[in-house]
Design a protein around this ligand. Structure first.
Ligand code: ADP
Ligand code: MG
Length: 704
């Protein structure tokens, strides 16, 4: 379908990137802007007009008529309000205007975005401010027109963050400051900045648009609320890395082109475990840009799908019984002069630094497992975490055998040490073996795995913005590094102190290391013995934002204030309650208006046939048994449906207290939904296919 493209030519063509800026801005202004970007500072109003004009001209050449401040409110998706460039002139015509003021700051009405109570104390107005570390871009519509998008941060009138970007930028700053302190202790005088990187692997499903359009549950909730298992599921493992079908390949090609134009380095694509499930991974980049890009990836996936008569499902669990979708958040820290702090070095000196940072991360993950767990929480992800396909809800760290061995030898409190290849790491001065990523040694069951030169946080859900997981990772690691730097900066003998510190950290936090099968029941018991939290669902996870020690942590690093945390907790509860309410209401609707009438029609038609057979003296006992079975399940379905309606009303009545409401939705409404689904799915197996009111799993899963 798509024509041949010259990738190097189109890559980044829709981005006002460094090349475009250099070409279009006066040298002095370009230099100043570049410095602003590098330092992550606010744009100097003195140069804003010139930058805005250059940006406008560039965008107009690309077909833009409008601009928007593109931001990421607490909904987890992006928001935009379009303003055209037009400005009336005296002669009844217009000119295309875009001022520095309009570039720097926007004032969208904040009142319809979730604020978790922050709005009650503040004005409804919100401010968007250009995050100039993330470049502006144009978004194309199919007709060729474009919109200039300016990535912005979104805050309230009084400066509280109303989005996910502000705390993300703040958390990156925290890591920068604390990591530099550690590097300095190791005698590093050349690095001036430490930046965190992210490479999010995005999983998704593609289903036929015509099936999608017939399923209210997919349209309204993103997942199927009903559906009996087809004769074939994913048991043959024939989809994972299988040959990509032509229709899907053509979609992927189109998707890649769109992403490349936006400067998004779409790199890897393959079929995933479940039928019609796929994955796309970009090359990793700076966390805030990577987060923007992941939002664009999700949006573009959906948009391009329509063009190919697909619907793209990003939900964590679109189909019960087959694999769900996650988003592996690959995370690392690197310096401006190219050192990856998670890369074990080649010299003993580098190795010690690596081991200190590694153990600092162990400390962070062990001490703040509750926050990491919360960061991977969404109503959809509740279906995945702890189910037998995704990392369990227990946070643990996988290091791999080699590294685990090294730590064991440094752990004087542990079991007897063994030595690898005759080397002793007792004093920590030997060179560590180099850690090549070993494809055969990948533990896919670990929620937090070290994979050679980065950590892979695998709990994150496929629909989620990766902002929160990275805010948490950055903040807890910054805290850990800060505490360690506080001590080491005071040490008389640094070498000695580092070695002692590494040993101490291993001894204290080794309980978080687990290299075994994370999906096994034994691990759940073992984790309990180790005292590791096992937080089963989103509503239980939210409490982490209300703990005093966590509030103190976020405030210490200026990432989120008490008020901002409280509002975010509120938004989590509200989001959960709303989502489950929509699901329950959709289920009621489908049950009452679609399934029950279909079953009644099938029963009535069958009964009429039975009577005809009887009239000519044929034994109809088998048919009657089937009809009785159907009647029984229909009764179960009706009773369960009524009960769900009552419980949903009960939960809705609690809306004044979102915490209570969310718990009621989780503890009462959610199980009641399973009770509706069970008889309905049984009926699906009993009722003639042509009577069933919407496409079934077997129709949807195997024909794309
Ligand atoms: P997989 O885990 O599926 O085998 P890879 O190891 O190739 O895949 O990497 C997956 C993702 O991790 C990619 O998006 C890649 O760019 C990203 N990645 C690689 N190195 C780093 C790093 N140092 N920091 C963050 N992400 C990284
Ligand atoms: Mg991976």
């Amino acid at each position: 379908m798509s024509e041949k493209v010259n990738v190097t030519e189109i890559f980044g063509e829709n981005v006002f990137n460094d090349a475009a800026m250099r070409e279009r801005l006066p040298k002095a202004i370009y230099k100043e802007l570049k410095k602003t970007i590098e330092l992550g500072k606010e744009l100097n109003p003195g140069i804003a007009d010139t930058v805005a004009n250059a940006m406008r001209d560039w965008a107009i050449e690309k077909g833009a008529t409008h601009y928007t401040h593109w931001f990421q409110p607490m909904t987890g998706i992006t928001a935009e309000k379009h303003d055209s460039f037009i400005n009336p002139t005296d002669d009844g015509k217009v000119m295309m205007d875009f001022s520095g003021k309009e570039l720097i700051k926007g004032e969208p009405d904040a009142s319809s975005f979730p604020s978790g109570g922050l709005r009650a104390t503040n004005e409804a107005r919100g401010y968007t401010a250009w995050d100039c570390t993330s470049p502006a871009f144009v978004k194309e519509s199919p007709d060729g027109s474009t919109i200039l998008c300016i990535p912005t941060a979104f805050s309230s009138y009084t400066g509280e963050a109303l989005d996910k970007k502000i705390p993300l930028l703040r958390s990156m700053e925290a890591v920068n400051t604390q990591a530099l302190r550690i590097l300095k202790l190791f005698g590093n005088t050349t690095s001036t900045k430490v930046t965190t990187s992210v490479g999010p692997e995005q999983e998704y499903f593609l289903v036929d648009k015509k099936d999608y359009d017939k399923r209210k549950d997919l349209i309204l909730t993103g997942r199927t609320l009903f559906g009996a298992m087809p004769p074939k599921g994913q048991e043959l493992d024939d989809h994972y890395f299988g040959t990509v079908r032509e229709r899907v390949l053509s979609y992927m090609n189109d998707l890649n082109i769109e992403l490349w134009k936006l400067g998004i380095s779409a790199k890897t694509q393959h079929n995933e475990v479940a039928p019609c499930q796929h994955e796309l991974a970009p090359i990793y980049g700076t966390t805030n840009v990577g987060t923007d890009h992941n939002q664009l990836v999700m949006e573009t996936m959906k948009r391009v799908a329509e063009r190919h008569n697909f619907a793209c499902l990003l939900h964590e669990k679109p189909f019960a019984g087959v694999n769900g979708s996650g988003k592996h958040n690959n995370w690392s820290m690197g310096t401006d002069d190219g050192i990856n702090l998670l890369d074990p070095g080649k010299t003993p000196h580098e190795n010690i630094q690596f081991l200190l940072i590694l153990t600092a991360i162990l400390k962070a993950v062990d001490e703040h497992a509750d926050l990491l767990r919360l960061s991977a929480s969404s109503p959809g992800n509740d279906h995945r975490l702890g189910a037998n396909e995704a990392p369990p809800a227990i946070i643990s760290v996988f290091l791999g055998e080699q590294l685990d061995d090294v730590l064991k030898q440094l752990d004087t409190t542990g079991e007897a040490t063994s030595s690898i290849q005759g080397k002793t790491y007792e004093s920590g001065v030997s060179t560590l073996p180099s850690f090549r990523q070993d494809a055969t040694d990948r533990n896919r069951t670990s929620p937090f795995a070290f994979t050679g030169n980065k950590f892979e946080f695998r709990m994150v859900g496929s629909t989620q913005s990766i902002a929160t997981p990275n805010i948490i990772l950055n903040t807890i690691v910054a805290d850990s590094l800060c505490q360690i730097a506080d001590e080491l900066e005071k040490a008389d003998d640094f070498d000695m102190a580092v070695h002692d510190k590494i040993k101490e950290l291993i001894a204290k936090h080794k309980r978080i290391i687990f290299n075994g099968d994370g999906y096994s029941d034994e691990w759940v018991e073992e984790a309990e013995r180790r005292g590791l939290p096992n937080i089963k669902c989103m509503v239980d996870a939210v409490a982490a934002y209300k703990k005093e020690e966590n509030i103190a942590l976020f405030e210490k690093f200026n990432v989120l204030s008490r008020a901002e945390l409280e509002s975010r907790a509120e938004i989590y509860y509200e989001n959960y309650a709303k989502q489950i309410n929509i699901e329950a209401k959709t289920m009621l609707d489908m049950s009452k208006k679609q399934i029950i009438p279909a079953v009644m029609k099938y029963s009535a038609d069958t009964a009429a046939g039975v009577n005809e057979l009887k009239a000519v003296g044929i034994d109809t006992s088998v048919q009657e048994d089937i009809l009785k079975e159907i009647a029984k399940e229909l009764k179960n379905l009706t009773v369960a449906t009524e009960k769900l309606a009552k419980l949903d009303d009960k939960a809705l009545d609690l809306e004044d207290d979102m915490d209570k409401a969310a718990h009621c939705f989780r503890e009462e409404v959610f199980p009641a939904m399973t009770d509706v689904r069970t008889p309905a799915d049984k009926l699906e197996g009993l009722v003639g296919k042509e009577y069933w009111p919407f496409p079934q799993y077997e129709d949807i899963l195997f024909y794309v």
